[in-house]
Structure formats: structure tokens, C-alpha cells
Design a protein around this ligand. Structure first.
Ligand SMILES: *Cc1c(COP(=O)(O)O)cnc(C)c1O
Length: 394
């Protein structure tokens, strides 16, 4: 077993575990007991792979970005998660979890969402399966993210406003947890990243590991070698990065770059650069690294990209950072926006601003010229057009 994967107690080094209120114990314990058995069943694997192929459109291409490669003087491939149905990697996880929920006999799905991307991915698979769906969303986020609210409603999901506290993601999370406590038998809670109590981080990483599984095969076909020299991915909670790293964790020759959002600058007071600023603590049910004040209050994060605007990282990332296996770096709003425009002009691909953070880090690596580099293009930029237009004054 890899030292970078979860152990039988639910930990990655000192990180992970399940720090949950007593009343959630039955829900999480049922998942913990059942998830591996179910995921490894042949019928589960067959249905999962069939939906990834026919519904999501996998395998996503591994695209040799020639003009981008020329610009940086090395060989760069893009793993095109932006071409997935619903426009990002999140659907890989929600499909996995809906199939799991079905097999656990659940009749209802709940989720929380900030910008609405995870809510849309969840509402989508609930429509696909005809399962009742409630998405908790902060009242302020509901106002800010009207198109995603419309998508969820069109899919038949109920969008429930969280009206307490700052009326944003963390309040939506609290209300979703309260719902789950009150509905332990019939409801499954779909978490959208590699965060939360064990077994969520491991479960979500397994569903996203299809990203590196395909990358290895595709690289072998294209280059005769299954391992790149480096892979890069952006990190909010860390699910696309966990999927991109998964099958390379034990191949120490592969350098792993995890790119966080530095917002207006790491030390500007407006950032989401968790490893640079954070300390060990417990957030959303697991021990990890998070941005907090001296007395342990969670600090409000900031990034221009909603998907990276999270005050922590999943426990596996905390361990990859602490152990030195991964390089945890950060990119500012400005650098990301320029990199998003650059990819658009060089390759005709408008990336999500989240993904643009990973692209921006290319400029900081001193390439020798003979490297093979894979970047996880986690999502497409359609949802960010307003932001791009305002920023560049188009
Ligand atoms: C949600 C999102 C992210 C951040 O989530 P991770 O769990 O860190 O992958 C990154 N990119 C896109 C396009 C997203 O929608």
C-alpha cells in the first residue's frame, strides 16, 4: 500500500480521520463499511465505466498543445476535463456517488454548493437517475450565481437558501449537515471534493483517479512512455489534482505541482493560498491544513475563481505537502487571468479560471526543453466569460 494513500484507520500521515458530531456517526459509518465493497463490485465498475463513456464522453482527450509547448520550450499536454458533459471534472465524482447511493438504497440526495458547479453536477446525475435532489446554497451565492441556480432548477433539484451567518458556502454546508443528521436512513450527502470525514476523501479520489489512469494510457500511446516528468493541477479542495496525481504518487520521478489561488497576493489578506498561510486543524470533518486566525477561527478565503475559494485542502494534499512529495505553489488572480487569455490565443481553448491557475505556473518552471508535462485542464471557461470580459474590458 502506498504511503501516500489512506490507511485502514482513515488517515494520511497525521491528516484525515472523521471528526464528526456523534449524531452523524451512523451515516458516515455506513459509508465507511460499504464503500470499498460496492466500488469494487463488477456491476458497479461496469455501470460507472459505461456512464463515463456514453454520458460524460470519456476518455477525455490528452491534447498535445503545440503552440503552448513552443512558447515554453518544452512538450506540454492538456488533459481535457473541460470537454466532459457539464464542463468540468466534477461529474466523474457525482456519477460515482449516485451509483453508490443507489446501491445503499438511498432515495434522496443532498449537496452543498458555493458557485453552483458542484450543485449542477449533482442535480445532473439526480435527473439522470430520477432521484430526489436538494442543494443547499448560501442566499448571497444564489443571487450571484443565477445561471447555475436556473440549471439546477431545470434539472428538477430543489435549491434551498442558507440564510444564516455569512449566507455563503460554509453556511450551506452547515445546513446540509443538519439535513443529513435528520435523514440518516434515506439520504446520501454528495461531497464535491476530496474533503470531509473519512471515507469521503478516498472515495472522491478514487472516482477522479480515472484522470491519471487515462493519462498514462494516452501518454504511452503517444510517446511510448507512460510517465511524464511533471503534472500540474489547480487545487481548491483538491479533487482534480487528486485524480491527476493518483496513479503517479508512487512514481517518484514524476514531479507533482499543486497550484493554489493567491488571490490579490499571498500576504494581501485576500487569498486562498492554504499551504502558504495555513496551520493544522480540523475543518469539515477531517484533520488537515487550513487558513485560520491565532485562536482557530477559519479565515474567509478569497480568489477570483469561485472553485478555488476554499480555506482548506483535502487531507491527502496536506500529507503530500508535509511529506514533500508534492510541490504546493500559488498563482495570483492577475497571473491566472493572463494565462487564461494566453491559452485562448495560442490554442483556441478558453479555460476555466480555476484551470488557468495551473497554466500560469508554466511561466515559473525553468524548463530544459526535453520534459513531458501534463496539465489538468479541469474545466471550460464558459461559466467565466463575464469575469474575463470585465477583467480585460472586452
Ligand atoms: C470546482 C472546480 C475546481 C476546484 O475543485 P477541486 O476539488 O480542487 O478540483 C477546479 N476547477 C474547476 C473547473 C472546478 O469547477
Amino acid at each position: 500500500m502506498s504511503i501516500y494513500q489512506v490507511n485502514e484507520k482513515g488517515y494520511y500521515g497525521p491528516f484525515g480521520g472523521a471528526y464528526i458530531p456523534e449524531m452523524l456517526y451512523p451515516n458516515v459509518e455506513e459509508l465507511r463499511e460499504e464503500y470499498l465493497k460496492i466500488i469494487e463490485e463488477k456491476s458497479f465498475q461496469e455501470e460507472f465505466n459505461q456512464l463515463l463513456r456514453d454520458y460524460v464522453g470519456r476518455p477525455s482527450p490528452l491534447y498535445h498543445a503545440k503552440r503552448l509547448s513552443e512558447k515554453y520550450g518544452t512538450t506540454i499536454y492538456l488533459k481535457r476535463e473541460d470537454l466532459n458533459h457539464t464542463g468540468a471534472h466534477k461529474i466523474n465524482n457525482t456519477i460515482g456517488q449516485i451509483l453508490l447511493a443507489e446501491r445503499l438504497g438511498k432515495k434522496r440526495i443532498i449537496a452543498e454548493t458555493g458557485a453552483g458547479q458542484h450543485g449542477v453536477a449533482t442535480a445532473t446525475v439526480c435527473a439522470l437517475k430520477g432521484i430526489q435532489c436538494a442543494v443547499y446554497m448560501g442566499e448571497i451565492d444564489i443571487q450571484r450565481q443565477a445561471p447555475n441556480v436556473a440549471r439546477m432548477k431545470m434539472m428538477g433539484a430543489e435549491v434551498i437558501a442558507a440564510t444564516s451567518g455569512s449566507k455563503t458556502l460554509k453556511d450551506a454546508t452547515n445546513e446540509a449537515l443538519r439535513d443529513w443528521i435528520n435523514n440518516p436512513i434515506d439520504t446520501h450527502y454528495i461531497i464535491g471534493s476530496v474533503v470531509g470525514p473519512h471515507p469521503y476523501p478516498d472515495m472522491v479520489a478514487r472516482f477522479q483517479s480515472i484522470i491519471s489512469e487515462e493519462t498514462k494510457k494516452q501518454l504511452l500511446e503517444k510517446t511510448g512512455k507512460a510517465t511524464p516528468d511533471m503534472v500540474l493541477a489547480c487545487v481548491g479542495g483538491g479533487s482534480n489534482a487528486a485524480g491527476m496525481f493518483y496513479h503517479f504518487l508512487d512514481e517518484e520521478s514524476v514531479q507533482l505541482y499543486a497550484v493554489e489561488a493567491a488571490g490579490h497576493g499571498v500576504h494581501s489578506g485576500e487569498s486562498a493560498a492554504t499551504t502558504a498561510l495555513g496551520k493544522e486543524g480540523v475543518l469539515h470533518g477531517s484533520r488537515s491544513i487550513l487558513m485560520q486566525t491565532e485562536d482557530g477561527q477559519v479565515v474567509e478565503p478569497y480568489s477570483i475563481s469561485a472553485g478555488l475559494d476554499y480555506p482548506g485542502i483535502g487531507p491527502q494534499h496536506a500529507w503530500l505537502f508535509r511529506s514533500g512529495r508534492g510541490n504546493y505553489v500559488s498563482i495570483t488572480d492577475d497571473e491566472a487571468m493572463q494565462a487564461g487569455l494566453e491559452l485562448t490565443r495560442l490554442e483556441g481553448i478558453i479555460p476555466a479560471i480555476e484551470s488557468a491557475h495551473a497554466l500560469a505556473y508554466l511561466a515559473k518552471i525553468p524548463f530544459k526543453g526535453d520534459e513531458t508535462v501534463v496539465i489538468c485542464l479541469s474545466g471550460r471557461g464558459d461559466k467565466d466569460l463575464d469575469n474575463y470580459m470585465k477583467y480585460f474590458d472586452f
